[in-house]
Design a protein around this ligand. Structure first.
Ligand code: ZN
Length: 153
């Protein structure tokens, strides 16, 4: 593929956020976690694009939107290797690598039906006790939740 053709996989963005290196199978989950379908600005969704590193990847280009850290943290659970480029005047002014935060508030549901967070109108709060394998611990009932058992709110 020529360099020009490669660039044409995605359109240029004047101001906004490019989320790159999304595993293709997680692309629509990322869209939903970031509430992108509620935005009114132009959004380009690239799906099953060629990637040397990943084989196949997804990319999101969101005009006029700059995410807050806690919004971004939501996707670090399902797409930890994602790269965010902040674009202003067609230039990348900032690159962000996602990192799983030490704590997650109001992102994950506690899997213990007796946990107070499932019985009172309150926020869930988890500590990330193992960032490599992704294990969370509920601050209230101390239940440990492994990556494959995580249920997002
Ligand atoms: Zn709990």
């Amino acid at each position: 593929m020529s360099p020009n053709k490669k660039e044409l996989q995605i359109a240029a963005l004047q101001n906004g956020t490019v989320i790159d290196h999304i595993p293709s199978e997680q692309l629509f989950k990322v869209v939903s976690l970031l509430d992108i379908e509620k935005l009114k600005t132009p959004i380009t969704i690239g799906y099953n694009l060629d990637s040397k590193k990943m084989g196949s990847k997804g990319i999101l280009k969101i005009a006029g939107k700059f995410f807050e850290q806690d919004e971004i943290n939501r996707i670090s659970l399902i797409a930890p290797a994602v790269k965010l480029n902040i674009i202003r005047d067609y230039e990348v002014v900032e690159k962000k690598l996602l990192q799983l935060p030490d704590e997650l508030t109001s992102i994950v549901k506690c899997n213990n039906p007796k946990c107070i967070t499932n019985n009172e109108p309150m926020k869930t709060h988890f500590q990330v006790i193992d960032k490599k394998n992704v294990t969370l611990k509920c601050q209230y009932c101390e239940l440990k939740i492994k990556k494959e058992d995580i249920v997002l709110l």
